[in-house]
Ligand binder design. Structure first.
Ligand SMILES: Nc1nc2c(c(=O)[nH]1)N[C@H]1C(S)=C(S)[C@@H](COP(=O)(O)O)O[C@H]1N2
Ligand SMILES: [Mo]
Length: 237
C-alpha cells in the first residue's frame, strides 16, 4: 500500500479484522464451509446451482481493498481473490438462468441466514468479487467460508459471508432485511455515508460506535465455543 490515504467519513482504522455482524448471527455457522454451491434464482427462466468448479473457470482476480463496517471500524488493505461478480453474471447467470432484464433487485443470502440486497448495477462494478481467499489463504469460518461477496464501496453488511444464494428479482417483495429497516440502506455506499435508511449516517455513527467492542467479543466467544463438527475431524476445518 501507498501512504495511508484518508478514511471515509466517520470511519476509524482498527488493527485486527474481527468476525462481526448482527448478534443473531454470532452463534450461526455455515453447514458447508468447504463446498461452494451457489443457488441462482429469481424472476428468471431457470433456477440453477453453481459449483465451485464452474465458478472458478472464470478469470481469477486478486484485489487489495479496505473493508468498512457500518459501525465505524475499517480494516485496511485486505488482499482478496476470487472472481468478478460481473463475470459471474455475464458468463454464468445470464446464459444459464437468464433473469428477466428488469430483474435488477438482487438478494444475497448466506448459509447462516443473513440477507442483504444491492442493485444489480452496484454488483457489476469491477471491484465486486465473489471471493474464496483472504491474504492468500482459503476463507476461514470467521471471514466467510467457503465464498463471500466483497463489495468494498459498500458497508460490511452488504458483503454477505458463507454465500449460498443470489436472487435476481423485479422488485423487493421477496426481501426481508436481516436487521431493523432503518439499518438497511438499499445501497449503503461508504463514500456517501449511507449507513441506514431515514436516519442520517452522521447520527448512526454515534449510535453504532459503542456496539463495536461488545459485538467483537460476542462473536469471538461464539466462535471459541462452536460445537465440534464431526465433518471437520479430518483436520481440514
Ligand atoms: N453471512 C453473514 N454475512 C455477513 C455478516 C453475518 O453475520 N453473516 N455480517 C456482516 C457485517 S455487519 C460485517 S461488518 C461483515 C463482517 O465480516 P467479517 O466477519 O469477515 O469481519 O460481514 C457481513 N456479512
Ligand atoms: Mo458491519
Amino acid at each position: 500500500m501507498n501512504q495511508p490515504t484518508s478514511l471515509p467519513p466517520g470511519q476509524r482504522a482498527i488493527d485486527d479484522f474481527p468476525r462481526f455482524g448482527l448478534n443473531q448471527f454470532a452463534d450461526r455457522f455455515p453447514r458447508e464451509p468447504r463446498r461452494i454451491a451457489l443457488t441462482v434464482k429469481g424472476d428468471a427462466e431457470a433456477e440453477i446451482v453453481v459449483s465451485g468448479e464452474e465458478l472458478f473457470e472464470l478469470p481469477r482476480i486478486e484485489q487489495m481493498s479496505d473493508f468498512h463496517c457500518v459501525t465505524t471500524w475499517t480494516k485496511r488493505s485486505l488482499r482478496w481473490s476470487g472472481v468478478r461478480f460481473a463475470d459471474f453474471f455475464e458468463r454464468i447467470v445470464r446464459p444459464r438462468a437468464n433473469p428477466a432484464p428488469e430483474s435488477t433487485f438482487v438478494i444475497l443470502r448466506g448459509q447462516d441466514g443473513a440477507r442483504s440486497s444491492l442493485p444489480l448495477e452496484d454488483l457489476l462494478a469491477p471491484g465486486v468479487l465473489l471471493a474464496d481467499t483472504l491474504d492468500g489463504e482459503p476463507l476461514s469460518i470467521e471471514h466467510g467460508a467457503p465464498l463471500r461477496l466483497v463489495a468494498p464501496d459498500h458497508y460490511g453488511y452488504k458483503n454477505v459471508k458463507h454465500l449460498s444464494a443470489v436472487g435476481f428479482w423485479r422488485d423487493d417483495r421477496n426481501f426481508r432485511p436481516s436487521g431493523f429497516r432503518f439499518m438497511d440502506h438499499p445501497r449503503a455506499r461508504v463514500a456517501l455515508e449511507e449507513r441506514g435508511r431515514g436516519v442520517p449516517g452522521t447520527i448512526l455513527r454515534f449510535l453504532y460506535r459503542p456496539l463495536v467492542g461488545p459485538t467483537i467479543r460476542r462473536f469471538r466467544r461464539a466462535l471459541e465455543s462452536r460445537p465440534a463438527d464431526p465433518s471437520h475431524a479430518d483436520g481440514l476445518g
